[in-house]
Design a protein around this ligand. Structure first.
Ligand SMILES: Cc1cc2nc3c(=O)[nH]c(=O)nc-3n(C[C@H](O)[C@H](O)[C@H](O)COP(=O)(O)OP(=O)(O)OC[C@H]3O[C@@H](n4cnc5c(N)ncnc54)[C@H](O)[C@@H]3O)c2cc1C
Length: 520
């Protein structure tokens, strides 16, 4: 019977991201999926900046950038066709070094992931194979796998359940989910318009209670539409081309005034029920749930897949640390603690957007429109309409008690990618291990810090004053405004803890010892 370090169950986009992230660390991996080919119709269309930063760490950002279309703005339109709110996405700051809102074509993205994963010679791909049973134990998991030709067994120390919303693993492990009870039926349509038409790149949420509609140019002339299904609709007709074209007609002029209801090809129209669900635990012994297997979110914030990729990134340094750095297995418990909190926030925010877009009656719309018109004067009230957030956790491996600071748990900003040091940008300098960032520290203090007892826990110590990154004023302002002279950055780029320069050697010593204990 074959033995693997890691079995990745499901080769959708999250499984493919996991194959790349874990493959690059040299693990012996099995990947299985009953489907051999990439599903050629996109579901996800949007990535955020943190997700692009993960592609950067995977070494794939240059290729992926080629298939991205940065969003310029999104407009929320009322039932009379008037603009309620306009969010200028292009002008947002780029704390991760990348635009916070980009659109992409999912099949092309998955192709890049699969092509790269195939380079890792220690990955065994058994596509066309399904996991049919699993025996879980602390030391080794036994997997029963079946395909057209045979049923076979393998052992794997870790199992990553990337097997989607209907996850076999989640059910087999009897992990229950919390339901946010926000189910709504929508028809999702993809349309390709002839290239001779120049498409207005603005994205629209048409908050018309008579037919809530989403209209998003994705890349080139590919348009994503979503139409809410009303209780009075004849469901059997909702996916029909003639129904869809009637629904599109009132909005097409916004894309290009020369379009009419017969323009373009519909490459799919499918009914989806949008859910808000989160598994109560993302882990059972050495089995983990990632992506839709662990959580499902209404698509309005464009976060479902982003969060799945962040799951894989979070888990990867922990398994790597246990296998290659002798970290304690107890750190695996932080996977649920850290990911649950962020994902729950993403789901709740997406539901808020859903409630704004999909109001059900003229009275509800009246109150919503009044709220939005007033809220426009206080931009903070509208923050849930934007895509960019400080994805932050407060549980797990983090300093909450020694030196509390609101940046603990946050993703550390990445200074502008235009600024490099010895040809490398910030994340490349930080690397994939723990890093200590120092700011405004003299040489003598830095030297004494380098002699601290557990300082070897850091792969890198970066004194910003000696690096070109200090040229990025917004990064320096961020450090100053938050009173940071030292910050410990985790391999997933979240801040573990930080301190100011008052008695800094003592504080770094305390933080480092605390972290050491948490990891060992
Ligand atoms: C309309 C819509 C729009 C969306 N927009 C966005 C967006 O803009 N941005 C975003 O980030 N997210 C978005 N999402 C969410 C995103 O599409 C999903 O979160 C993402 O595709 C989930 O990927 P996954 O790999 O976890 O699951 P899946 O893509 O479902 O893959 C699971 C895989 O597991 C395999 N599998 C199942 N059972 C087994 C088994 N027993 N053995 C082996 N393999 C198995 C399946 O064959 C499948 O290939 C959207 C979703 C929808 C529906």
């Amino acid at each position: 019977m074959k033995n693997y370090d890691i079995a990745i169950i499901g080769y959708g986009p999250v499984g493919a991201a996991a194959a790349n992230i874990f493959g690059s660390k040299g693990f012996n991996i099995l990947v299985i999926d009953p489907k051999e080919k990439i599903w050629d119709i996109p579901r996800a269309v949007h990535f955020d900046g943190q997700t692009q930063r993960i592609f950067q760490s995977m070494g794939l950002i240059d290729e992926i950038k080629e298939i991205l279309d940065p969003a310029e703005k999104i407009k929320f339109i009322d039932s009379n066709g008037k603009t309620l709110v306009e969010v200028g996405l292009k002008d947002h700051s780029q704390p991760n070094g990348y635009p916070e809102d980009v659109f992409f074509n999912q099949p092309l993205f998955e192709k890049i992931l699969r092509t790269n994963a195939e380079k890792y010679t220690k990955i065994d791909f058994k596509l066309g194979s399904t996991l049919v049973d699993i025996e879980v134990s602390d030391e080794n998991n036994k997997l029963y796998i079946s395909n057209l030709h045979e049923t076979f067994e393998v052992n794997s120390k870790y199992v990553l359940g990337c097997d989607g919303a209907d996850s076999f693993i989640r059910k087999r492990l009897n992990i229950q989910s919390k339901d946010f009870e926000c189910d709504q039926d929508w028809v999702v349509v993809d349309q390709i318009i002839d290239k001779k038409y120049k498409i207005n790149r603005c994205r629209y949420q048409i908050c018309d209670y008579k037919r809530p509609t989403t209209m998003l140019p994705i890349v080139d002339n590919h348009i994503r539409w979503e139409f809410m299904i009303k209780p009075t609709d004849d469901i059997s007709k909702m996916e029909n081309e003639s129904t869809i074209r009637d629904l599109m007609e009132p909005h097409l002029w916004r894309l290009n005034p020369d379009l009419n209801k017969n323009s373009g090809n519909l490459i799919r129209s499918s009914k989806y029920t949008f859910h808000g669900l989160i598994a109560n635990d993302f882990k059972f012994k050495n089995c983990f749930l990632l992506g839709d297997a662990a959580h499902q979110t209404p698509p309005f914030l464009g976060q479902g897949l982003c969060q799945g990729i962040k799951d894989a990134y979070n888990l990867s340094w922990k398994i790597d640390g246990i296998e290659n750095n002798n970290f304690s297995t107890k750190i695996l418990d932080s996977y649920t603690d850290e990911r649950y909190e962020v994902v729950e926030f993403a789901i709740k925010t997406a539901i808020k957007q859903q409630n704004i877009i999909a109001s059900q009656s003229s009275i509800q719309s009246f109150f919503r429109d009044s709220f939005l018109r007033i809220a426009k004067l206080f931009p903070k009230l509208l923050s849930f309409l934007s895509f960019s957030y400080d994805w932050k956790y407060s549980n797990g491996i983090i300093d909450n008690d020694l030196y509390p600071n609101k940046i603990n748990g946050i993703v550390i900003p990445q200074p502008s990618l235009d600024i490099v040091h010895n040809g490398m940008n910030f994340d490349q300098i930080i690397g994939e291990g723990f890093a200590l960032i120092l700011f405004k520290i003299d040489n003598e203090t830095e030297h004494r810090i380098s002699k601290l007892k557990n300082i070897n826990i850091f792969n890198n110590i970066i004194n910003i004053d000696n690096y070109s990154f200090k040229e990025d004023k917004s990064f320096i302002e961020w450090l100053s405004n938050n009173n940071i002279n030292a910050a410990i950055v985790k391999p997933d780029k979240h801040v573990y803890g930080c301190c100011d320069d008052n008695d800094i050697i003592f504080k770094i010593d305390k933080l480092t010892n605390k972290l050491y204990k948490e990891l060992n």
